[in-house]
Design a protein around this ligand. Sequence first.
Ligand code: HT7
Ligand code: ZN
Length: 890
Amino acid sequence: PIAIRREDYAAPGYWIDTVDLTFDLDPAKTRVLNRMRLRRNPDAPIQPLRLDGDELNLARVLVNGQGASFRMEGDQLVIDGLPYAEEGDFELEIFTTCCPIKNTKLMGLFVSEDTFFTQCEAEGFRRITYFLDRPDVMSTYTVTLRAAKAAYPVLLSNGNLVEQGDLPEGRHFAKWVDPFRKPSYLFALVAGKLVAREQRITARNGKEHLLQVYVRAGDLDKTEHAMNSLINSVLWDEARFGLPLDLDRFMIVATSDFNMGAMENKGLNIFNTKYVLANQATATDADYSNIESVVGHEYFHNWSGDRVTCRDWFQLSLKEGLTVFRDQEFSQDLCADASARAVKRIEDVRVLRTAQFPEDAGPMAHPVRPDSYIEISNFYTVTIYEKGAEVVRMMQTLVGRKGFEAGITLYFERHDGHAVTCDDFAQAIADANPESELARLLPQFKRWYSQAGTPRLAAHGVYDAQNRSYTLSVVQSCPPTPGQPTKEPFVIPLNIGLLDANGRELPIQLEGESEVTRGTRTVVLSRAGEQLTFVGLDAEPVPSILRGFSAPVILDFDYTDAQLLTLLANDPDPFNRWEAGQRLGLRAALQGIAALATDTTPVLNDAYIDAMRSVLRNPQLDAAFKELVLTLPSETYIAEQLDVVDPQRVHLVREAMRAQLATALFADWEKVYEENHDTGAYTPDPTSSGRRALAGMALNFLCLAARASGDTVWPGKTLQRFKDAGNMTDRFNALNALVSSGHTLAAQALARFHAIFKDEALVIDKWFSLQAGASDRGGDILPLVKQLMKHPDFSLKNPNRARSVIFSYCSANPGAFHRPDAAGYVFWSDRVIELDAINPQVAARLARSLDRWSKLAEPYRSAAREAIARVAAKPDLSKDTHEVVTRALA
Ligand code: HT7
Ligand code: ZN
């Protein structure tokens, strides 16, 4: 396979103005008639027309109604001798067939539970018809769908329904016209037996819209939350950014077979059921919150992605980073108070640090705007999405919230209806704020788009009693990444506050300034090393650096334990308050890991336990925040801090820390549970979900403590709680407490859970995932995973189910996966190979589980490498998996 390079971008040789598609839908043989009007691009060199195709059967090619001479070059259909630009446009008609029922890749046209769906991003449209399948070719689409009426009563495509009616032999048709020009990746169709929840809304400008959420007949009672999330999204985008809904009809359709979370096809979003369906009996608070974000995310793409799209796939973060930023802001703005907003921010940062930081340090590291790829599907990554969102957030920090909104307005004014680049976006934000630091430093700021790797800030503070000043020296660096041995300094907005030894916020005055400010100050770093001198200080302050996680960097500051305890107890910035607790936990874990070779003394000291007790007892703090503070850094995050990782040691030490928290705070956990477990009538709002999360955590620790003491009371209570729970969050938390403490009651609870929810696919996913992700005791998880794969409910073809078992084990359960006997890796390589033949995108994701193999201690390292090499040696590997494993071995 060959790499595609960003620098090779060239505008297309032809434009496709209109596309008229007629589908005769049949699972075994769907006929696609594609009539296009094309013209040469006068600005491009004269060239033959090369149309992309993949797994299509070609029956006919006509140019202006006449048979045309064409040839195949690989997968491309090449046509010469087409009219020159001066001769005007011409018609091209292509007739093909494809086989949706055999489409296990779930790209292009496929069948899921007797319903037709499409997935065209990034390069799936070429699996439907021959086309210039690239995002800078934008066309107006007319689509006619024809199918058997009884089997496929609902026929949907983008835009407006303009005609429908019956056809002979029990068939019917629907004709859709999308008034907006769009790239092929935003095309969609759906045909099947579906029902819809409908809601008419009137926007601020008085326009009426019909919103619809389509699902299978039995699932209508699980669509209320998705619909409410959609309504909130429409209102929010208009209120915050002045971006209205531009369609009469906006549809969401759910499918249980989907490679990703959802897809923003113009006016016809297609969703994984996981991000649509929820009622209190089947969905957890986390599910409710994810649905809100994903519904928002796809809706916000209607502007950031659909109205203004990407010139080429290297610019993917233009739409994805911006849209993640927008969905994060949406979820924060829906929060009732600052504490709930901080909780959301902490959760987002946790994802970034546990998933994106490792990616940025591993073999798949790439800039937010990559320079090359073999398979674009591999670049739907946490770097493009989450780091991309942080880049947008830094722009907002540099120009202010109002300035950012002005920048967004300018961006859409300038580029509406066009396919543009990340440069165009940054330029618009800067141009709308000509006096800002962003405008001043724009070329340097854009290094965030071009340089991969996580920058590191080494900060060091010195107090000068004589001058009553405190100097913070900050040196930035960024490690080499594949293809980028050296890095230039980044522009880093650093939010800083200073506290006194009692934890009170100090006024801030930088040397040379006349002004004194209170609270957080944003300092903009742009050089490799800088010194910030704060004056007017009577004693050495405790610096609170990187408040709110103002930049996606690693901050090294040699805090004393006492300073961290001060920040944990007092920092007015909730993010850094949480961060102080994480630093203390991490410090203990690293010490524990280093000490494990010689002794096994308790890992957590009394000061840490006391601090955690104070957090739990603090009436000023919300339950959700307490739950985050009491959650120890994950095994993955701990491992990232080590040069050489023994995953078993990491697991053992973290488990020891958890056991210590369980027993040392036993009485507090009992109280916390009693005070928080009754949240009344179920609503998924942040306050009550925070209380459920904390009560769930308490139950978990109480069962863990019971394991050590032999107590049977709390496991018994937990089983009862599991049986009586009025919502899935409480029920699942109780089940999890029994499973993760390894209690004997877990087996009957699991059996009962399966029996109750056997017909709820998303709940059965949870059932699989909980078991495959459970804490390993003596190597028991791998045999269990193998057994789960033999369960009648298991299927490798369904991505949600495959993820619930295989990914939960290989990617989310390091203590069970990294076995000294290498059996976890052998299992992994077998599954990657097996999945690759079915669904390369899912296989390539799984292949990423061993990205960090080179950091592993022996014997893990050699065994992991061998497993990767085994996959790489497999002939006929997909481009997707090939790219991941060859980069891992490079
Ligand atoms: N823009 C969507 C990307 C997507 C996708 C990409 C590759 C293969 C399957 C896919 N399904 C959806 C998702 C989003 O960011 O909104
Ligand atoms: Zn997206």
